[in-house]
Ligand binder design. Sequence first.
Ligand code: DX5
Ligand code: ZN
Length: 216
Amino acid sequence: MSHLIAPSILAGNFAYLQKDVEMLNKSEADWIHVDIMDGLFVPNISFGFPVMDAIKKYASIPLSVHLMIIKPERFISRFKKSGADHLIVHYEACTHLHSTIQKIKSEGMQAGVALNPHTTVNHLDDVITDIDQVLIMSVNPGFGGQNFIKNTYRKIEQTWNLIDKRGSSAVIGIDGGVDLTNASKLVELGADILVAGSAIFKSDNPNKTISTLKNI
Ligand code: DX5
Ligand code: ZN
């Protein structure tokens, strides 16, 4: 499979969300990455259900929803209702991760688990065959526009080893500081999904940047 591009709408223009979403629909983007922050798990608040509903209304590609919230199990069916196609929870935010993953899947969504930069990939050993995606955070979550953490490169390799060892079909996403300078190395090392916010929306031609990242 060639890699997928998931632009993070967090870097979009919230006064013209419809325009940005329609641009993504027409672009080579595969998914829209939707960042939900609660001000507790991460030191920032992004947006909630009304904004997600507005994104869903215009999106014709899947919404991949990254929950940076504590106890995400409280809202699984609510996010389904707002149009999430994939639900990604943080390893660090779930006391009963296995049960949370099963709940996400029982709602008909793909289940992903995100790892903060300090979290070792091996923590996923007992759930790797249950999940559809591992999202490796290449920044500390909470804000767009941060610098890429280079230790991510070896985490991709470690994730691949785990997936291989357990015969999992999970794909690997990379989130944070992804841009034209690191994208090809990430794909070479085995990243299946590149999430990018600033590199796309702050560029002169977001549509073209998506296409460059896709065809890197
Ligand atoms: C960080 C978010 C990322 C962020 C990516 O907390 O989870 O998805 O929006 O933005 P850039 O690409 O600007 O680092
Ligand atoms: Zn994200």
